[in-house]
Design a protein around this ligand. Structure first.
Ligand SMILES: Nc1ncnc2c1ncn2[C@@H]1O[C@H](COP(=O)(O)OP(=O)(O)OP(=O)(O)O)[C@@H](O)[C@H]1O
Ligand SMILES: [Mg+2]
Length: 250
């Protein structure tokens, strides 16, 4: 892949924690508009990779470029301004506030990190549009804490989208969901704007093969395979270290 074609370029990324090499020379490139899944066994380094992409962790070595710009040392806030958003595995919602208020605050925060309170009518309108997009029409006035687990993840997705990102990172979006909730959020993600570049970490292989254009497989901090879903499914090494042990259907 030519350097100019990639929206995200990760080069020789290493991150150690004491003696643990959570990332051990990871190189990968993601095109604009691509939906890339990152899979691999527990402890493979998937969340660490996301943490380094968002700037929550700095790498021990290596570099990250976003749209050609070296962002390796940029703050999380700068990266967000340049189009990188993440849906958190942990709950980042304001529990007593309504779904609409949670999204409106995220819309308002695009104007600056300290502009948190006093959402305008325009922000509420945009919030309602985003809530409809994630399947929460009719739930706008419900407090975040009154939503079901699946609905809270839908709301978190709307909060992420409120930043107007170019790249969305999803770390196990279906974790803890019922099969019905999983199917619902999977179709919501599938229906997002095709121009949005999505990186998704997920253990549910039905979800991965439904959403991914391309899959990178991490094992012990290294990329052991990178290719189209059909190639990954047929990869002997991937089946040995991961897919053969994971629950796969289809
Ligand atoms: N903050 C940290 N301090 C120390 N070790 C860490 C830290 N974060 C991750 N690690 C270690 O780095 C390795 C990779 O962890 P990581 O969370 O990235 O794996 P993962 O692929 O996301 O796993 P899972 O599928 O279980 O979420 C593991 O050995 C983990 O124990
Ligand atoms: Mg993880």
């Amino acid at each position: 892949m030519g350097a100019s074609a990639a929206l995200i370029e990760v080069h020789d990324l290493t991150r150690t924690f004491g003696g643990v090499r959570a990332l051990d020379g990871v190189t990968l490139a993601v095109r604009a508009g691509e939906r890339r899944a990152v899979i691999g066994p527990n402890g493979a380094g998937k969340t660490t990779l996301f943490n380094v992409l968002t700037g929550e962790l700095s790498p021990t070595a290596g570099s990250v470029r976003l749209a050609g710009r070296d962002i390796t040392r940029a703050t999380t806030w700068q990266r967000a301004r340049w189009g990188l958003a993440r849906m958190y595995q942990r709950n980042e919602l304001f529990a007593p506030l309504s779904a609409r208020e949670n999204v409106a605050l995220a819309v308002a925060s695009r104007a600056g990190p300290y502009r948190l309170f006093g959402s305008s009518g325009a922000e509420s309108k945009m919030a309602d549009e985003l809530l409809a997009k994630v399947g929460l029409a009719g739930r706008e006035s419900s407090a975040a804490r009154a939503l079901s687990h699946g609905e809270r993840r839908q709301l978190e997705l709307a909060v992420s989208l409120a930043q107007g990102p170019e790249v969305l990172l999803l770390d196990e979006p279906t974790a803890g969901m019922s099969p019905a909730e999983t199917a619902r959020i999977t179709e919501l993600i599938a229906s997002l704007d095709r121009a949005l570049t999505i990186l998704i970490v997920e253990h549910d292989m039905d979800v991965v093969f439904r959403l991914a254009d391309r899959i990178s497989v991490l094992h012990e901090g290294r990329v052991i395979a990178d290719g189209a879903p059909g190639q990954i499914r047929g990869d002997v090494r991937v089946n040995e270290v991961y897919l053969g042990k994971a629950v796969t259907v289809g």
